[in-house]
Design a protein around this ligand. Sequence first.
Ligand SMILES: Cc1cc2nc3c(=O)[nH]c(=O)nc-3n(C[C@H](O)[C@H](O)[C@H](O)COP(=O)(O)OP(=O)(O)OC[C@H]3O[C@@H](n4cnc5c(N)ncnc54)[C@H](O)[C@@H]3O)c2cc1C
Length: 525
Amino acid sequence: MSKREVLIIGAGPAGLTAALELVRAGFKPIVIDADSQVGGISKTINFEGNRMDLGGHRFFSKSDWVMDWWQQILPVETEESTKQTANLAYQGQQRPFMPNRYAQSSDGDRVMLIRSRLSRIYYLRRFFDYPVKLNANTIRNLGLSRMAKIGVSYAAARMAPIKFEQTLEDFLINRFGRELFQTFFKDYTEKVWGVPCSDISAEWGAQRIKGLSITKALLHAARQVLGSGSAGSKAVETSLIEQFMYPKLGPGQLWEVVAEMVEKGGGQVFLNQRAMRIHRDEFRITGIDALDTISGNVRRINCTNLISTIPVKELMENMQPAAPSALLSIARALPYRDFITVGLLVPRMFPPAGTKVDSAVGMPADNWIYIQEPDVKLGRLQIFNNWSPAMVKDHPKIFLGLEYFCTEGDELWNMPKDCLLSFAANELEKIGLIKASEVESGTVIKVPKAYPAYFGAYDRMPELRTYFSQFSNLFLVGRNGMHRYNNQDHSMVSAKLAVECIVDPAMNRGAIWDVNVEQDYQEEK
Ligand SMILES: Cc1cc2nc3c(=O)[nH]c(=O)nc-3n(C[C@H](O)[C@H](O)[C@H](O)COP(=O)(O)OP(=O)(O)OC[C@H]3O[C@@H](n4cnc5c(N)ncnc54)[C@H](O)[C@@H]3O)c2cc1C
């Protein structure tokens, strides 16, 4: 087999991990990406010297291989005095973490930072802890009568649970009670997925919210009070992570360095190249046609193996000759949720009275804030300064990312950039956090297919998987590549396994689909 002819579509975390692992195994892969920069959804956008992270990417993994891999690319910057104690902690528990590479002073910006997480819920124009805790702040914010209602409805749900949990709404009410469901889950979940909780299957809740319960929350609170976390356990809900690694210049920085390493090792990364037709000879991929999105030229790239990180829907639609029509219809019906981030540069913020702020400009210390307020469409607010101070050009200015969940083609998605900028600024003023007239500049980034969704045709994915598994030289990896809610680390591990199968065809290809089957470990709960 020619070591040149492994082709990878997509220069996001999955594609670039595959590329670097192939280079390390002596191959010289070709990577193409339709975008003008690498990193996929994990890229960093540079706006007038300020940096945006689309979603806010924590670098944390239960996999030692991933943690080590990241640090090989960007070593961790730690004070000499804290070298021995640096660790990633979750509330009450810790992951034994010993940075294995430390930044050399000459590397300046090419480092990982260890950052503390703070993310709260903004509701009733007040901040609530996230995950919601039973503490004085929550009781004060909600008021005694609402608290009493929550308690009564929780007790009612425990005593007389909904017998056949069919929907996510049933699932959540059974675990948290109707009042708590309506207070903290309903509006936000519906903002994210764009469908009522009663239209989402209970199984989805079981996969994603597994392990979080009132009992656990109470036990957790008790452990905090008593100060007795069990050290060393990895079996912990990741929504409880308190510290994570973060590239100094945003997540895309890491992937830019990886792309450089791939090219240094003899691989090639071509940007602005969209995969169009995927040519097959029965169940063997022979090559693709790539469209140069700048010149409009189309060129054929032959390959011995193809690693695809592009949406399953797109892969299926581009097969030449066409895939069986029944399967094509399933692929076309796979649902996605799309995402818009509006970046706004502001001189100050106006958090509710009494909020502890980080600076004279009223900036809360949160990395991100869940916006639970039902009177705005805004879903989440990122404060990029708090991910890494180097994300912002002129301090003490504040660079915010206002995140909207939407569907390609809907009203929000189609809104022109200027309208979106003022719409977003006005929403943030409406809930009291900024003055729209003070916004200095802003930008809008649209991210199609940010979330492969688990409803609609999703339950027919096994049929597509069976079809693709008949191709001996095609590997589906990554997030949209597998239509799975994969984080960076899952995407990377799936890519690593694909490379192992290419290097040694006797390896079990099915193992790729075993990555992240637990689903208990997502960026968002
Ligand atoms: C809001 C949000 C928050 C997140 N937070 C975290 C987090 O905290 N931690 C974490 O680890 N992960 C997080 N993730 C997940 C992370 O972004 C993904 O797991 C990761 O980017 C997936 O990598 P990938 O390579 O599979 O896909 P992508 O990043 O989607 O990359 C796929 C690439 O393929 C390219 N492409 C698509 N179609 C074509 C085509 N036809 N031809 C050529 N190129 C094509 C795209 O341009 C893209 O560059 C988050 C995601 C979101 C949406």
